[in-house]
Ligand binder design. Structure first.
Ligand code: ZN
Ligand code: ZN
Length: 292
């Protein structure tokens, strides 16, 4: 859209910018994207996945965990993890899709979790944001049932539990406590305040920080990131959303991890290299990546 003089309008400039991928960050070696969605990032084929991971590796993001939302996505994530040895999969039903859990999907998820390329069960948990905003979203009771089933699956399979939490802090921690948490729990895209962070840390849960920690209004989240001990911190993109500042709103991909990793280094007063080393080695430990 142009105005009468042929100049781009401010609105159009903003719109175009939103479609533009952020520039490549300066490389920062040894990082892992602890939670991403490669299919939603435009990964369809093996060649697409390879291109996304080549781009990430060029700036130091060596491996990623690609996470499923529903059954179609879960099958795709497992396939992607077999196409490229830099991708690992997490399989499960997102809480908003908890209604899809039945005998058939349970049996299929059980089978998928046994695959050595699958490193986590999830994303599962509770999402009370969408229950009031979408007709398709599973109700809280169905979400709790499905969450309990995923917790049990993680325990039986020995895989890490990948948790999604939106506006459900208290219920989520209560269900986990009632069911008994598996050995390793990752709170993906951690969004709680200082108290919730403290509670998770005391329980030994791993807090994974996305681009949201870099947003201007993230005061509480920054405090949480400051509280988290070295051995319990991860970094993720949750791409294609939550692109770190100053690229918020533009498309996110695993190659953007160094932006958030550098922000965390700055916040915690350590060197970028030291932060990358902590974040990368934690991911490799938490997900038990095989040695390359
Ligand atoms: Zn999520
Ligand atoms: Zn996600």
């Amino acid at each position: 859209m142009t105005d009468s003089t042929g100049e781009l309008t401010a609105k159009e400039i903003k719109k175009r910018r939103r479609r533009l991928p952020p520039p490549d960050p300066q490389p920062l070696r040894g990082l892992v994207d602890a939670h991403t969605h490669l299919a939603a990032c435009g990964g369809r084929t093996e060649a697409d996945v390879r291109a996304i991971l080549d781009h990430a590796e060029a700036v130091g993001v060596d491996q990623v965990v690609t996470v499923a939302d529903d059954m179609v996505d879960a099958r795709w994530a497992v396939a992607a993890a077999h196409w490229d040895d830099r991708a690992f999969a997490a399989v499960g039903l997102h809480p908003t899709h908890a209604g899809d859990l039945n005998d058939e999907s349970r049996a299929e998820l059980e089978e998928m979790v046994a695959d050595p390329r699958v490193v986590a069960v999830g994303e599962t948990g509770l999402d009370y944001y969408w229950t009031t905003r979408s007709d398709d979203c599973a109700d809280p009771a169905a979400q709790k049932d499905a969450f309990a089933w995923h917790i049990d699956l993680a325990k039986r399979s020995g895989k890490t539990l990948m948790i999604h939490n939106r506006d459900a802090d208290r219920d989520l921690l209560d269900v986990l406590a009632a069911e008994g948490a598996p050995e390793t729990v990752v709170m993906h895209c951690f969004s709680g305040d200082r108290e919730i962070a403290r509670e998770c840390i005391d329980l030994g849960y791993v807090l994974s920080f996305s681009g949201t920690v870099t947003f201007n209004n993230s005061t509480e989240l920054r405090e949480a990131a400051l509280l988290t001990p070295d051995e319990l911190i991860l970094v993720e993109t949750d791409a294609p959303f939550l692109t770190p500042h100053p690229y918020r709103g533009q498309p996110n991909q695993p190659y953007c991890v160094p932006y958030t990793a550098r922000f965390l280094a700055d916040l915690r007063g350590v060197s970028d290299e030291r932060m990358a080393d902590v974040l990368g080695s934690n991911a490799r430990r938490v997900y038990k990546f095989p040695l390359r």
